[in-house]
Write a protein that binds this ligand. Structure first.
Ligand code: ZN
Length: 769
């Protein structure tokens, strides 16, 4: 009893070997290959422990160091006695006689100089370790912490540095060489003592053969393998992603969802485009490829990795950088308005000069089409129709939609963004953007499969590889966007092509099966492109990390070509299936795209969202009264009923008509009003372009302190008619053909009146602040 106590007490009092050294941050692809790593805080390459010690290394190690590992209690009396004999003979401690367990104890004590006292403590610690830890765990502690020369610690780091592979993939020859290194530090320096290392490795391989761990052929081949050479540079396949985890998960082994081959190809393609862009002093770009079903990130290229990239902000991970959205949010507005029934897929939207206080949106090509279908406005990315649409939809409601679909970056109020939100007044990240498009594609696919929506289907991209989990899904009764609204939007986006002003657009038009959108921020600072198929979403950003704008830096010219080359890496799949159960048939006016009204002569049935049934009926077809020969407009006041012909006519409001007829030769203006007749009351002949009713105008002073001019503008269906202008009942001028007039108005409320030579009158109340 006392004897047992004498033996056990020192073991219990001895230190339990443990390791608290800082670890490297290691980022793996989804197949376990190394994407990149960052050195541990103490300057060592010490990888987090793997789950198991690979068999080849274990067999090699135990054969070389500790054949009785699985049978001894931490110390091996036979080898200790043998070592003692050798040491006495040499009059110093030359041989350890250490078991793997004792070596773990020694490494944990910082590899102190060998002495009998130290040896004794190691033995006690080893006994304690054996009592408290499994053999497997002890082996793992050794493999994770053994020194492999220089600043390489542990098998995993050693495998990557000496063989360029994970320890799970090393050969028998490599395993044998690595098993020898920890106790032969003199051998690990490349180029030195290669002969001695080879002798030892080959001897070990022969013992592995004798123990029947390997067969004769394996032995022959292994003996022929070259020795590990100089430590290799670790892979750096996703440097920005590695940096990302170095910040968020320092010292961890991260298994990501990245597909290594795709990551490498995406990086090559991005760098090759980057080279071309540098000719125009555009130095940065980023791309993200996301799997729709899972949200898994398949490729993550945070910036250019060309040699000169660091000099131009190439270290910045653009994927998480806040950048102005340009036009890239327009599809969400289109989808929201389909869902709410505010518009139908091809409802005509006004595209006329439009001014808001402090904000005058312009189309990219500075022209106006008068009226354009909502779908074309989206595919051509026209700015004025987008602003008109947002005004109708309501900016606060749109901001809410952006939040609900998964954008996290629009943190200000809708008053702050105003209508400019749809043109790039807010900022987002490539991460959020790509994630939202993936969510939309996911809910459309899901709906087609199960006819339901789930809250969990809206989520950010996923970077961490995780085992299949059966998350409980919560059914969503009122999804932010319905399957039909997303499908209609993708249909419109499939028709996106380059503006006619730019050459080579056919290159892009030949992309069936891809819904895509570009965006360009104000001042040509950011070029965006995002494209989705039912399986993948590809997001691209191009610009300067410094924020410097460059002429020609547009989504279409700079970002889209890169996006298309990336899309070509992915399998081309089928197109999205129409969500029939969520679509309804609506009869619409052929000319206006609105729900057909009683006076629309040609109608057609289309598929649209259910709320579209409540959308406005066609306001532009009206029955007009004409004389028998249809050469004049008449009214019942100036013509007898038998001389009147009623005819349905497509009549746009004056301002829309003015621009629309220039581009649409089929548009027929109304015949003139018969002499002696007055204009029909329901067909205005004039319209204010500026100011508009109720507008609040701020008139700034110029450099000389004078109030800057305000130009009022009216469109008349017959421009040759004279217009007489009055401001607050004071006559201020007459115009003809071009109805623009400079007005001077002090602070306060005003009424501007325009009267044409036939006595037709329009008024507009506005306020100067
Ligand atoms: Zn109509």
């Amino acid at each position: 009893m006392i004897a047992a106590g004498v033996l056990i007490t020192p073991v219990l009092l001895s230190p339990l070997p443990g390791f608290r050294s800082p670890l490297s941050t290691v980022v793996e692809a989804r197949d376990g290959s190394l994407l990149g790593a960052r050195i541990a805080d103490d300057g060592q390459w010490r990888f987090p422990a793997p789950e198991n010690v690979p068999e080849k290394f274990e067999k090699s190690l135990l054969t070389f160091e500790d054949s009785w590992f699985y049978y001894h209690p931490g110390i091996n009396p036979v080898s200790i006695l043998r070592a003692l004999k050798n040491n006495i003979k040499a009059r110093e401690v030359v041989s350890g006689g250490s078991t793997i367990t004792m070596q773990v104890a020694r490494i944990s004590r910082g590899n102190k100089p060998r002495s009998y006292t130290e040896k004794f403590i190691e033995m006690l610690s080893a006994l304690k370790l054996e009592i408290l830890r499994s053999k497997k765990k002890i082996l793992l502690l050794y493999a994770s912490n053994a020194p492999f020369g220089g600043n390489t610690v542990g098998l995993e780091a050693a495998a990557w540095r000496y063989t360029g592979k994970s320890s799970a993939d090393i050969t028998w020859a490599e395993a044998a060489a690595l098993a020898i290194l920890p106790n032969s530090p003199a051998l690990v320096f490349p180029g030195r003592n290669q002969a001695r290392l080879k002798t030892r490795r080959d001897a070990l391989l022969k013992r592995l053969f004798e123990k029947k761990y390997i067969d004769s052929l394996t032995l022959v081949l292994a003996l022929d393998e070259p020795l590990p050479g100089e430590p290799k540079t670790l892979p750096s396949k996703a440097p920005h992603l590695t940096d990302h985890f170095f910040t968020t998960n320092r010292g961890e082994m991260i298994k990501t969802t990245i597909v290594p081959e795709l990551q490498e190809r995406a990086t090559e393609i991005l760098n090759s485009h980057q080279k071309d862009l540098e000719g125009n002093y555009i130095f940065n770009s980023a791309c993200l490829i996301v799997d729709v079903e899972t949200g898994n990130v398949l490729a993550y290229v945070g910036n250019s990795t060309l040699n000169d990239a660091p000099a131009h902000g190439g270290d910045v991970d653009i994927i998480h950088a806040l950048r102005s959205t340009g036009s890239i949010l327009k599809p969400l507005l289109y989808a929201g308005m389909q869902q709410s029934g505010d518009i139908l897929p091809n409802t005509l939207i006004a595209d006329v000069p439009t001014r808001f206080p402090g904000f005058s949106p312009k189309n990219f090509d500075q022209s106006y089409s008068g009226a354009v279908s909502a779908g074309s406005a989206l595919s051509q990315s026209l700015n004025i129709p987008a602003v008109k649409m947002l005004q109708k939809y309501n900016p606060a409601k749109f901001l809410d939609l952006l939040h609900k679909t998964g954008f996290t970056t629009f943190s200000k109020s809708s008053d702050y963004y105003g209508l400019s939100l749809i043109l790039g007044g807010g900022e987002t990240t490539l991460w959020d953007l790509t994630g939202v498009y993936a969510s939309l594609s996911r809910i459309l696919n899901r709906y087609n499969n199960v006819k339901k929506y789930y809250k969990e289907d809206y989520h950010q991209p996923v970077l961490l590889s995780k085992k299949e989990s059966n998350t409980l899904l919560t059914e969503e009764q009122n999804p932010p966007l319905s399957a039909s609204s997303v499908w209609l939007t993708y249909e419109a986006l499939q028709k996106v092509n380059r503006p006619e002003s730019e050459s080579g657009w056919q290159y892009f038009a030949s992309s069936p099966g891809l819904a895509w959108k570009t965006g360009t921020s104000f001042g040509f600072r950011d070029g965006w492109a995002v494209g989705t198929t039912p399986k993948y979403v590809t997001g691209v950003w191009v610009g300067n990390a410094s924020g410097e704008g460059r002429p020609g830096l547009t989504g279409i010219t700079a970002a889209a070509p890169l996006m298309f080359d990336l899309v070509n890496l992915l399998e081309s799949g089928t197109w999205f299936k129409p969500p029939y159960e969520d679509l309804t048939t609506i009869r619409v006016c052929n000319r206006s795209g609105f729900r057909a009204g009683p006076d629309c002569p040609e109608t057609v049935e289309i598929q649209a969202c259910v709320n579209g049934l409540r959308s406005e009926a066609c306001p532009w077809h009206q029955v007009v009264h004409l004389n028998k020969s249809k050469t004049f407009q008449v009214t019942s006041e100036c013509a007898s009923p038998e001389d009147i012909t009623n005819e349905s006519w497509f009549i746009l409001p004056p301002a829309m008509e003015y621009f629309y007829r220039k581009k649409h030769s089929e548009y027929k203006t109304l015949p003139p009003i018969a002499i002696g007749c007055s204009a029909a009351k329901n067909i205005p002949v004039m319209e204010f372009i500026y100011p508009t009713a109720g507008i609040k105008i701020f008139i700034p002073r110029d450099q000389t302190g004078e109030l800057t001019r305000v130009i009022a503008e009216v469109v008349h269906r017959t421009p040759s008619k004279k217009i007489f202008w009055h401001l607050d009942k004071t006559y201020i001028g007459t115009t003809r053909f071009i109805h623009q007039l400079e007005i001077f108005a002090g602070s306060g409320d005003h009424v501007l009146t325009a009267v044409d030579e036939d006595g037709n009158t329009i008024r507009c109340g506005f306020t100067v602040i």
